[in-house]
Design a protein around this ligand. Sequence first.
Ligand SMILES: *Cc1c(COP(=O)(O)O)cnc(C)c1O
Length: 442
Amino acid sequence: MTTNHTAGSPVSAALFERALAVTPGGVNSPVRAFRSVGGTPRFMASGKGAYITDVDGKEYVDLVGSWGPMILGHSNPGVIAAVTDAVGRGLSFGTPGAGEVALAEEIVSRIAPVDQVRLVSSGTEATMSAVRLARGFTGRVKVVKFAGCYHGHVDALLASAGSGVATLALPDSAGVPATTTADVIVLPYNDIAAVRTAFELHGSEIACIITEAAAANMGVVPPAPGFNAALAEIAHVNGALLISDEVMTGFRLSRSGMFGLDGEIEGWRPDLMTFGKVIGGGLPVGAFGGRADVMALLAPNGPVYQAGTLSGNPIATAAGLANLQGLTAEVYQHLNSTADVVGDLVSAALSAEGVEHRLQRAGNLFSIFFSADQVSDYDQARQQESFRYAPFFHSMLDAGVYLPPSAFEAWFVSAAHDEAAIDRIADALPAAAKAAAQGIAV
Ligand SMILES: *Cc1c(COP(=O)(O)O)cnc(C)c1O
């Protein structure tokens, strides 16, 4: 699998050497290390629109978008101007500021179930705090989560947690005490019968169900019609809360995220929601919010403690607000049609080479499974012929298209992906599909 891909990237290779000496695995987040595709990670130097350029000067069409935040494209003028303006006024005060109020108002105005929101600095903090709040509100301890759903690296939620963990083939993380995950019930995604059974057995002890609004950290696995609605109903009948994790999907799939394609139409609501990625515009922002009576329990109003030195940071909130303000109805239309076009191109190229695959979508998020059948849960996701992904990925990379360096990650389009960017993807695909067809099981 690990052929020598460093030849054309001497500056990246040299940086990686230095990084390996001072940072575990040479990276600050595991998937960046290219372990599941082999070769040297590309160190990026700059980004503009749909393109990123590495330290060797090679340009790529970017289909990762920093895992979601760069939904308007890189170096978006509106976001850069807002950040530059905020920087001119100072970096952090540790006091309340106007920017965090404006960002909270924008979130609350877009997402009906969110009466109040608390800003944090990452998606992980958001889910960690939401689970603590649900436990504080209900006075219960147990948490239901789904295999393959990733909610950040919260100890309790690192049981069967999808991509990063799947990629590393770690069933769980070392360093997480069994006592911590003992109160977490892990169920197969899209399996309502399993949820009903869990509540029959433990209903009075379950504080919350936490789920990705649309699973996109085991590849993209959309909820079956009615799945999220049923989760809300079962939770509510049993006095538990539903936490919908929209860290990836929030403000991406529609102006009100996956909720806008689901609960808003079907008429049900989660009790708490978590956000990240898009709401930071590329700077560290996360958020959790929901029902006013639940949020009322948070410090300083209530007994559930939660805090952050840099929470609501003025630079980060300026970036986030500008990012959200750039997300017009036209942008969402463009994201959807771009996902249609790119998805169809990939699928056509693979079909032309006779490679069995499924293109799976949740709004404008999509991924490819090298699988003959529809994938609806984590067991099925892991059965795909993921050995085809590394040759596919490297062929695209060589041709100047940066894909997620794992077969279990979503692909991200942006407002800046125009015809020229799509043409480059189209030109790269035939050879990559051929490489995938020739992939060898290891
Ligand atoms: C990315 C992600 C997280 C974690 O967010 P971080 O900012 O990386 O801590 C949590 N939940 C989901 C659904 C995510 O995609």
